[in-house]
Design a protein around this ligand. Structure first.
Ligand code: SR1
Ligand code: MG
Length: 398
């Protein structure tokens, strides 16, 4: 930490120039800081010929709160190592890390300047036919090849140790599983839904199930997760999508990554009740989202099952009955974590634009109430919902 200094645009230019040959010898470089995320500085460094790279630097505190919330800069190492590992396992859908400096907590990576952020695109009502199949491939490959099905016991334990990530996990433990279920000062509850939020603080049955999901999160190191698969961590264009921002990565329950994504697609579905006034356009977009949700689970489960059947070298895990049970448990976890994501993005610290951009507060309140209700049902019914079709039916009923 002694030699760490917060980058200026000049530092970011120098860093990009020193660690890449892309710009050539005599390039005049430009740089802007454009990060609007919760935690880090993000610079775009470019030359006159239009070549550009991204420099991301972890600040020693959470940017969205300020220096009163200190945060380890080791998260940049975690992010770089998770992305490098995930890119080896799924190069098509993982951003490329070119260099990582652990002292400056800085990462040099490809600029996805011909991509856009998925959340903004979905809010605008854009549709991407291959979204679910591409994300299912990313999730199945990264999660399968870092699980007990693919790694030996000793290797897996070593990996778990490299990615403990206690400080960032604690953020998730608090923001996902604790704050929304009590009157916490970090929460952000709109006046319109105050009484709905209060019900969460006294809902013992729901809190018991959330406690179970939290314990799973704390103590089920199934695979190396991305750890923050929301639609702001996904860049997309008409052909492809790529995951960025893996600083919350750690060995945790597979359903956490799948469920976070599912939850974000549902938030967009519910947001469109207030974002899109024209009923035909809204229904068409919502039908697209439900189709993608169905495909996401089906393609993820098919990919993962095929990998288990064809590639598993661990004899006891080759048992097909065990594999079926495993997928059923991942499905239940997925639904539970999707439910938690719906609730924490509605009443917790970190909201999403899918709901925040609904301008009329009463209309926004209706979407938020639906998010709380659907989140609750997904959590409570996660073990009794037998398949994704039943989940879709539950969503349609909202
Ligand atoms: C203080 S960090 C708030 C949220 O932003 C990140 O992207 C994670 O989702 C985290 O929960
Ligand atoms: Mg992030």
């Amino acid at each position: 930490m002694a030699d760490y200094r917060t980058f200026t645009t000049e530092d970011a230019k120098r860093f990009a120039d020193e660690h890449s040959t892309l710009f050539g010898d005599h390039s005049k470089l430009h740089c802007e800081e454009f990060g609007d995320g919760n935690l880090n500085l993000v610079f775009r460094v470019s030359n006159d010929k239009g070549t550009s790279l991204i420099v991301k630097q972890a600040l020693p505190y959470a940017r969205c709160v300020g220096e009163s919330w200190p945060l380890t800069i080791d998260r940049a190492r975690i992010e770089a190592e998770v992305l490098i590992k995930h890119r080896k396992l799924c190069p098509e859908h993982t951003v490329e890390v070119l260099y990582h400096d652990p002292v400056q907590a800085a990462i040099l990576m490809e600029d996805l300047d011909d991509y856009r952020i998925l959340r903004a695109e979905l809010i605008a009502g854009k549709q991407f036919p291959h979204l679910a199949t591409q994300l299912a491939a990313y999730l199945a490959h990264t999660l399968y090849y870092t699980s007990d099905f693919a790694l030996t016991g000793p290797n897996k334990k070593q990996q778990v140790g490299r990615f403990l990530n206690p400080e960032l996990c604690l953020i998730t433990e608090d923001l996902f599983f604790t704050d929304p279920y009590c009157n916490h000062e970090r929460n952000n509850v709109h006046a319109e839904i105050r009484s709905d939020a209060q019900q969460l603080w006294h809902d013992e049955a729901l809190q018991a199930d959330v406690a179970q999901l939290k314990v799973n999160f704390l103590s089920k190191p199934q695979a190396l997760l991305h750890g923050d698969v929301h639609s702001g961590s996904i860049f997309i264009n008409d052909e492809n999508c790529k995951l960025i921002d893996a600083e919350f990565g750690f060995y945790g329950p597979i359903g956490f990554d799948v469920g976070s994504l599912l939850g974000n697609l549902l938030l967009n579905y519910l947001g469109h009740f207030g974002l899109t006034a024209d009923a035909d356009i809204r229904q068409q977009h919502q039908a697209y989202l439900l189709e993608q949700i169905q495909t996401l689970w089906q393609a993820f489960a098919t990919n993962f099952q095929q990998l288990m059947s064809n590639e598993c070298r661990e004899p006891s895990l080759q048992n097909s009955l065990y594999q079926q049970r495993f997928m059923q448990q991942v499905f239940a976890d997925t639904l539970g974590y999707a439910g938690c994501e719906l609730i924490r993005r509605t009443v917790g610290l970190a909201h999403v634009a899918d709901l925040e951009q609904i301008s009329d507060s009463a209309t926004r309140g209706q979407s938020e109430r639906k998010a709380l209700k659907l989140g609750r049902e997904l959590i409570l019914q996660r073990a009794s919902l037998a398949n994704i079709e039943q989940v879709i039916a539950l969503v349609r009923y909202q």
